[in-house]
Design a protein around this ligand. Structure first.
Ligand code: ASP
Length: 350
């Protein structure tokens, strides 16, 4: 009997020692942070009604909170990125998923990418027309295929096989976006095809027109395991032609993540962002020049891109949870929650 109770005592010591360590709900909150963007461009306070402004702020907050909830609940940065981006894809306010801009042919062709800073795994889809949430398809490419990027019909077939939600292309129709396409086409006739109808005629300040270019969405996150992730999703640019693909799904251009440096998601005139290899350049400057995140991000967005004439901005986060959100356009829908819990939700230039 005595031997038996010793045995029990010993067993309970072993059991106590193998209890899981205090989880994310314990007293010390885990260090997590994330930032989102909803596109950059000519976003001016004078062109926004208070109602529109309130709608954007509410949606940014919703996306931010969805991502942050995943992180504080012990989820991964990849899961947070997907959660935040899906909310913006489902909203017609942004140029991604529902509300995406139209191509020259009157279609919605969507691009998205995601990258895991821990493993450097990445996934992307381009030119898809029937995937409700392209960010989820990008994640499936990364997690369930040996490839990094899939395009068009092939990407759609793969996504369908993986159980990603499919929709009829008409799901993406948005009247405001369609009017922007019509206007871009009229403009093209006046300006010629040289600038793809994206240029500005003197004195043009019609908010509908100004809003036609950008609106891409993105998210970067740091989870409690110290892992970074980045994701970007877009309809590209109004009146795009011939299967044009922007920077968003191109790893290193619009999307990049590496635990050793940072995670970046970009928004802006893709043709410039591709040639400036924006997202990777921020990481490279941190790695090679030993620059802190804010300086590396500033050098790429406010110096290199400005010199090239590339309009737009980025959100970026490093392994300590530092966040940078520089942009060289009039405005950028952006929001973040820092490791200390402080929140920022902004639209215009300071
Ligand atoms: N970067 C996107 C593209 O060029 C557009 C945007 O950010 O709004 O496709």
């Amino acid at each position: 009997m005595r031997r038996f109770s010793y045995l029990l005592m010993g067993l309970s010591v072993v059991l106590a020692a193998s209890q899981p360590l205090p989880g994310p709900t314990s007293a010390k909150a885990p260090k997590v942070a994330l930032a989102i963007h909803g596109g950059a461009g000519t976003i001016l306070k004078k062109n926004m009604t208070p109602e529109q402004e309130a709608q954007y702020v509410a949606k940014l907050n919703e996306a931010l909170e969805a991502g942050h909830r995943v992180l504080t609940g012990g989820g991964t940065s990849l899961q947070a990125v997907e959660a935040a981006i899906k909310i913006m894809e489902d909203s017609p306010l942004f140029n991604a998923g529902k509300g995406a801009v139209f191509t020259h042919e009157g279609k919605n062709e969507l691009d998205a990418a995601v990258m895991d800073g821990k493993t450097l795994a990445a996934g992307a889809v381009a030119g898809v027309t029937t995937i409700k949430n392209p960010i989820s398809a990008a994640l499936a490419v990364m997690q369930k295929s040996p490839h990094v990027m899939m395009t068009g019909r092939g990407a759609e077939l793969f996504a369908q096989q993986q159980g990603v939600e499919m929709v009829d292309p008409s799901y993406f129709y948005d009247e405001r976006r369609f009017k922007q396409l019509e206007k871009a086409k009229e403009r093209e006739k006046v300006e010629g095809s040289e600038n793809n109808g994206q240029g500005r005629l003197p004195g043009d300040s019609d908010p509908l027109w100004l809003d036609r270019k950008f609106g891409t969405v993105g998210c970067v996150a740091l989870d409690q395991f110290g892992n970074l992730a980045a994701g970007t999703s877009t309809g590209g640019m109004t009146n795009k032609k011939f299967g044009r693909v922007g920077d968003a799904p191109i790893i290193g251009a619009g999307t990049y993540a590496d635990n050793a440096t940072c995670a970046v998601s970009a928004t802006g005139h893709g043709e410039y962002f591709i040639r400036a290899v924006v997202a990777h350049d921020v990481a490279a400057r941190m790695a090679y020049q030993k620059l802190p995140l804010a300086k590396a991000a500033h050098a790429v967005v406010m110096e290199k891109l400005v010199k090239m004439g590339g309009e737009g901005g980025i959100i970026a986060i490093d392994g300590k949870g530092n966040i940078a959100m520089p942009f060289n356009s009039e405005g950028m829908y952006r929001a973040c929650i820092r490791p200390d819990g402080t929140r920022e939700v902004k639209i215009y230039k300071e």
